[in-house]
Ligand binder design. Structure first.
Ligand SMILES: C[S@@+](CC[C@H](N)C(=O)[O-])C[C@H]1O[C@@H](n2cnc3c(N)ncnc32)[C@H](O)[C@@H]1O
Length: 233
């Protein structure tokens, strides 16, 4: 899968390229990152990419021309264009699964007060937010999306890891989990996890998933109960 990122700060993606699971996935050609500097497309003699906002107001807005020309140049395959935006639908695990089916995605990162609305309304397919708060730019938001989507792609996670048992994959949060030592500062690992009885362990885990969700995320627990009552999971 390929991500084409349109940004004013290409170097911010160096982090993603060189570290951890995603860095390795890029090195192993499981995912590809093409980071494009919007400024390179500016026709302004000073390479300006922003301007004052019509009607007044604080701050500057990214102008249409460099972004439009950049999109025309890089989005040859007419792939889905996503504008990272605090006004978009908040990214969910379900959305990440959906996006992981795409061959290529174009991510537009805004800056300053954002992007001229004509670009968003006419040249972007959707807006995605990473939460109901405002950041200074779309770069971190893009990296969050790339990370979450990439780990759903075959072979990105190692053999012993699976995104399917993670929180949110099947709505519920993950169960409590423990590793050595068996007793830490007097706190013991539940006996059932050492019993070797797979059925009992799975029952315990299911109960723990439900309890965790009920205790930590009442909103998700409510959805879970609604789905259950409708004959879902
Ligand atoms: C300072 S923000 C602009 C916010 C804009 N004035 C508004 O109120 O909707 C600059 C850029 O950061 C990115 N951004 C900020 N918060 C975000 C969020 N929660 N999710 C995704 N992108 C975000 C967007 O690309 C945005 O254009």
């Amino acid at each position: 899968m390929k991500f084409i990122i349109l940004t004013l700060f290409p170097e911010s993606f160096d982090f993603l390229k060189s570290y951890g699971v995603i860095g390795k996935a890029i090195q192993n050609n499981l995912i590809e990152l093409e980071v494009v500097n919007i400024r390179d497309y500016s026709k302004n003699k000073h390479k300006k990419v922003d301007d004052e906002i019509y009607g007044g107001g604080a701050g500057m807005l990214m102008t249409c021309q460099p972004i439009y020309d950049c999109l025309q140049d890089v989005n040859k395959n007419k792939s889905k264009v996503i504008f990272m935006s605090p006004q978009g639908k908040v990214l969910t695990q379900k959305k990440c699964i959906e996006l992981s089916q795409e061959k290529e995605i174009v991510l537009l990162c805004g800056h300053y007060e954002g992007v001229d609305s004509r670009i968003i309304n006419h040249y972007c397919d959707e807006e995605i937010s990473i939460g109901d708060y405002v950041m200074t730019g779309g770069e971190l938001a893009s990296m969050v999306l790339i990370d979450c989507v990439s780990r759903m792609i075959d072979d990105v996670l190692g053999n012993n890891e699976s995104y399917m048992t993670d929180s949110h994959y099947n709505l519920l949060l993950q169960e409590d989990s423990y590793t050595r030592p068996r007793i830490f500062n007097g706190y013991e690992v539940p006996d059932v996890l050492l019993s070797g009885n797979h059925k009992d362990i799975e029952n315990w885990r299911e109960k723990s998933r439900i309890e965790n969700t009920k205790r930590k995320r009442k909103d998700i627990y409510k959805k879970y109960l609604e789905e259950k009552n409708q004959g879902g999971s």
